[in-house]
Design a protein around this ligand. Structure first.
Ligand code: COI
Length: 355
């Protein structure tokens, strides 16, 4: 249990217009911080007014990217309550990221306590307009000033919060996806299965190329054969082919998404066959599209929620998914998940944690 010292701001900021939040552009009045020093462990948990960081220019995070992050949201229900969705799963995933990057572990209970404490202090910042939430960004950075490549001896863990609307400008309109066959996001033994900034830096060239070609996101293929579908930059990806729902196995190169695992559970409850163990080749996807068997494609993620995919482009061939609109399974998943998250549907699975 953390002993969190709270210093409140004396100059609260005006709140942004809830109808024009966009994603990740506004920040609340406060932030959570906690330091780690070798020999001392994690210490000095505190909430302070939101402020820029002071870092030594030699801080290791700036050079060698020893960094982890998470993405989660606080939702306001129609009754005005504020709640989180499976926050312990983010805490567990942060631990696996820390382990891979040699960053000292933060106990899951401390992680959840830190997030809850910040949301509580900035409770008024949780927006209430439909589809909006308080996006939370916990992250850890290596702070030791040292240009030799080694494991840092000091870190800072922070949580910042951003009132946000939909991640994609398209909202629930289907997105167009470019299947990347030149650049690679992840390879076995690498960092594809954890949440670290470097994965996203490496994805930018592909994303820029997709944008230039008129597509909003990239679907990454496996790094060895460039054959099997893996994930979209900011979400996991599902394909409904001839009645069966398929998604890439989380076998080392795909991020184990919390929305992904929740969707798999819901789909199985509803009686769908979900295959998340067998790799799916892009050829199978394109053939299914051509033979009319590619019924639905959607992405899942905390920021993106459940986002329909309307078109896929691969090696000169653009196919339309289903009739190009949002499919019934995608819509049902979106309605159910958001219903649970915003409190309009009962939380039968115990996924909700009130703040
Ligand atoms: C999230 O869905 O929360 C993510 O972290 C994806 C992102 C890079 C916006």
């Amino acid at each position: 249990m953390l002993d969190i010292k709270v210093t409140k701001t004396t100059a609260p900021k005006p709140k942004p217009d809830q109808d024009h939040l966009g994603f990740g552009s506004f920040y609340t009045d406060h932030m959570f911080l906690m330091d780690y020093d070798e020999g001392q462990g994690w210490h000095s948990a505190r909430i302070e007014p939101y402020h820029p960081l002071q870092l030594d220019p030699a801080a290791m995070v700036l050079h060698y990217a020893q960094e982890s992050f998470e993405g989660m949201k606080a939702y306001r229900t129609a009754e005005g309550q504020v709640q989180l969705f499976r926050p312990e799963k983010n805490g567990e995933r942060l631990q696996s990221t820390h382990q891979r990057l040699c960053i000292p572990a933060i106990p899951v209970e401390d992680f959840v306590q830190a997030v809850k404490a910040l949301v509580d202090v900035d409770r008024d910042w949780v927006p209430s307009a439909p589809g909006t939430s308080l996006y939370l960004r916990p992250f850890t950075i290596a702070t030791e000033a040292q240009l030799g490549v080694k494991v840092s001896s000091s870190y800072q863990f922070l949580v910042i919060a951003s009132p946000s609307g939909a991640y994609y400008a398209e909202g629930l309109d289907p997105v167009k996806i470019y299947v990347e066959d030149e650049y690679v996001r992840a390879a076995p033994g690498g960092t594809g299965a954890i949440k670290c900034g470097g994965n996203y830096a490496a994805s930018l060239a592909g994303q820029q190329k997709a944008h230039q070609m008129g597509y909003s996101q990239v679907l990454w293929l496996d790094g060895i054969h460039r054959k099997y579908v893996e994930e979209v930059g900011s979400m996991n990806c599902f394909f409904k082919i001839d009645g069966v729902v398929r998604t890439a196995p989380c076998a080392g190169t795909v991020l184990p998404g919390i929305t992904r695992m929740s969707c798999i559970e819901l789909l199985r409850d509803w009686g769908y066959t979900v295959d998340c163990d067998t790799r799916l080749s892009i050829q199978e996807v394109m053939e299914a599209a051509h033979s009319g068997k590619l019924e639905e494609v959607f992405g899942t993620g905390t920021a993106a929620v459940v986002s329909p995919v309307g078109k896929l482009y691969y090696e000169g061939d653009e196919v339309t998914v289903g009739d190009g609109g949002i499919g019934p399974v995608t819509q049902r998943l979106y309605d159910t998940l958001t219903g649970i998250q915003w409190g309009a549907l009962p939380d039968e699975k115990g996924w909700i944690v009130p703040v």
